[in-house]
Design a protein around this ligand. Structure first.
Ligand SMILES: O=C(O)CCC(=O)C(=O)O
Length: 324
């Protein structure tokens, strides 16, 4: 659980860095799961290079993302936010990722902020970022693999969910330093009244950014953290992540938690009860069932049984001079 100093700091600044949250075994399990996944994906897409089996996991991830950026959806832990989502859409829902979502140290932290009833919100992503100068132009517009424009998490979801008390838990699988494109945030910005203006990005739904001039008016801090640590963000905190200018891979997952009874902001994707004092019998413990929920979401969306409404509210600013 977070202590009083940490809670006060989160309340005051709108973010908090907590080191040493994950144990080495969980990081190992995730890396191992992705090692198997990357081989499968590269084989299916015929994206492997001739010396593939001599490469380390980080080298394989880098090779695939640089040379076949469209393969990224098979590495992400959310279905892609694209129109016309069909049965071929990729999402990775392996047991090690479920272990991460339901990890007791992470849930303790989430509980400290959202309360004893904890929903895992499906607004979640894997961010696996090779050195930015290796990426293609297409890759550079995608915040899963390149820099992340400044934004507020409450602006990423549908408007009806803007006030859902959602907590972002950003988990470092590799170290994250300023050179590697760690998270950056503006202290106290979560207490500013209205959401800032967000502009639609050039590459797909979900990529939005606050114009640079608005960001530069304020000082920001770098949220460096070591592998196994987490960064917590209030949903209204202005934040982003710089480019990875190092020669290493920068890898993180961003997860969201909230109390029950509020919209998750992406209702077509599955949420689940991760911890509960009131209804322990309803807590989801089965990685297979979790995975099946994502598969059902994909099937129902592709058949039109489930409506996939994503956040498109910033599109009206596409031609606004402030967004140029
Ligand atoms: O890891 C990143 O680059 C961005 C993550 C982020 O913006 C978030 O978790 O809200």
């Amino acid at each position: 659980m977070l202590n009083k100093t940490q809670l006060d700091q989160f309340e005051e600044q709108g973010f908090l860095v907590v080191e040493n949250v994950l144990d080495d075994q969980l990081i190992h399990n995730i890396r191992h799961e992705y090692d198997e996944l990357i081989d499968r994906v590269a084989e299916q897409r015929q994206s492997a290079c001739s010396n593939w089996h001599t490469l380390s996991l980080d080298e394989k991830l880098t090779h695939l993302i640089v040379n076949d950026p469209d393969a990224y959806e098979f590495l992400d832990i959310s279905l892609p936010l694209k129109e016309g989502l069909d049965e071929s859409a990729g999402v990775h829902t392996g047991p090690a990722v479920f272990q991460l979502l339901t990890n007791s140290a992470i849930l303790d932290i989430a509980e400290s902020i959202v309360g004893q009833e904890v929903i895992s919100n499906p607004v979640q992503h894997a961010r696996i970022k090779p050195p930015e100068n290796a990426l293609s132009e297409k890759g550079r517009g995608n915040s899963n693999m390149a820099r992340t424009g400044w934004h507020q998490d409450a602006a990423v979801i549908i408007e009806e969910a803007e006030n859902s008390p959602m907590l972002t838990v950003w988990v470092a699988i590799s170290d994250a330093t300023p050179e590697m494109g760690c998270m950056q945030a503006i202290a106290g910005s979560h207490r500013w009244d209205k959401l800032g203006l967000h502009c639609p990005g050039r590459s797909g739904v979900g990529e939005i950014f606050i114009p640079g001039d608005f960001v530069r008016e304020h000082e920001h801090v770098n949220l460096s953290v070591k592998a196994g640590g987490v960064v917590l963000l209030h949903r209204k905190t202005w934040h982003g992540a710089g480019p990875n200018t190092s020669d290493k891979l920068r890898w993180s997952f961003d997860l969201r938690y909230q109390p029950p009874g509020y919209s998750t902001g992406r209702e077509c994707f599955p949420e689940f009860l991760a911890r509960s004092v009131k209804h322990p019998e309803r807590v989801l413990n089965d990685p297979q069932r979790w995975s099946e929920q994502w598969v059902s979401a994909r099937t129902e969306i592709s058949k039109g049984i489930r409506d996939a409404t994503f956040n498109e509210r910033w599109n009206r600013y596409r031609h606004d001079p402030l967004c140029a």
